[in-house]
Structures are given as C-alpha cells and as structure tokens.
Ligand binder design. Sequence first.
Ligand SMILES: [Zn+2]
Length: 218
Amino acid sequence: MEEQSLRDSLNTYKKQLVQVNLAISTFEDGKDKEDLFSLKNNLEQLIQLTKESFQQLENLTASTSSSSDTSTSFDCEYALFMSEMEKDGVLLESNETSSSKILNIEDELKAIEGMKCKAPHKHQWGDVIYHNALICSVVACENYSSMDDIEVKVMFINPTHEEMLPCPYLLESSCKFDDEKCKYSHGEVVAFSCLKEYIEPKFELLTNGSKVLAKQKN
Ligand SMILES: [Zn+2]
C-alpha cells in the first residue's frame, strides 16, 4: 500500500523533526547546532514533499475508487455500526461524507502536533503522574467516532526517569529495539482527551533540598 507507506514515512519524518527540535533546544550555539538546523530544514522539505505526493495519491484514489462497489458484507456491517453509533448520539454524519470528514479531522488534528501539554506517564511503581510533554504526532485512526478515539504520541520535555528520555537512536531511525523493548522513549501513546494544559516549569524556584509536589491523577 503506497498510501500507508507514505503515511508511515510522513510520521517518521515528523517524529524526527520533533526530536531535532528537542535537540536544538538543548544544544549550545555552535557547529553542532548549525548541523541540527540544516537537518531540520531538510526534514521540513521532506515533510512538505511527502505531503504533496500524499495529496496527489489521495486525489487519484478518490477519483477511481468512488465508483467501485466491493464487499457488501462490510457495507452491511458498517451501516449497522453507524446506526448503532447514531442511536448513541455519537455520530451524526452520513456514510458518503464520513471518509472526507475523517480527512478533515486529521487535517485539524495536525494543528496540535508540536503543541506542549501535560501528559500522563505510568511509572514503574504503578503511579500515573502528569509531566510536561510535546505532542509529536497524532496516531492515525480509521474511524473517529468520539474524542476518546483520538490518540497522540508524546515525548516528555522534562524527563525525570530514563524510560522518559527521548531515544538518542530514534533520530537516525537506527534504534535496534522496538518501542516496547527500548529503555528510552520512542514516544508514548496517550489518549488526547486525558492531556492537560502545559505548565511552564519554574526551575529557578527549585533549590537543593526543596520539596517537590508532583501533580497526580486522582
Ligand atoms: Zn530506542
């Protein structure tokens, strides 16, 4: 599926861009930072190009696939599902427009990428604690029926534990571990609805020995 692979690479580039931006914010001015900036430019161009070819493919499939009628059982199931959803008052749109609606939703969701927020992280001892984070990407979803379906991948900005640190190998896509196995973070998938407002950390108020209050859900 060319569409899927385009989507995949777009997501990868975006992830890398976020990583580069994160790296830029932590680097001192100098040669390394300049390299990062040119990498950032390259990535942005790459993202633009991929978006364009994705758009072209989209137009192409939209004009060819609309006339074909395949798998009636799927259509039946889909109709049933939609009517159930309508009964629940979750979904109001008709079948014809729903696929373009999804595209619109995805477009709108793109706007939240790069946004700062507070995201929950489940620590090894079992507590869920909110930390400052950056939204790297929106997880692609086939069917948005409610806000709870929207999932985002976040990176923590002020990591307090190793597993929250952005994986240094992810930038070159060269990490040999998969998302679960790596001891660093490849981005954490969380429900968009559980994100909280970003709060600027006040480091200057922290001195050695000062007590720290961590905000916790429930
Ligand atoms: Zn890794």
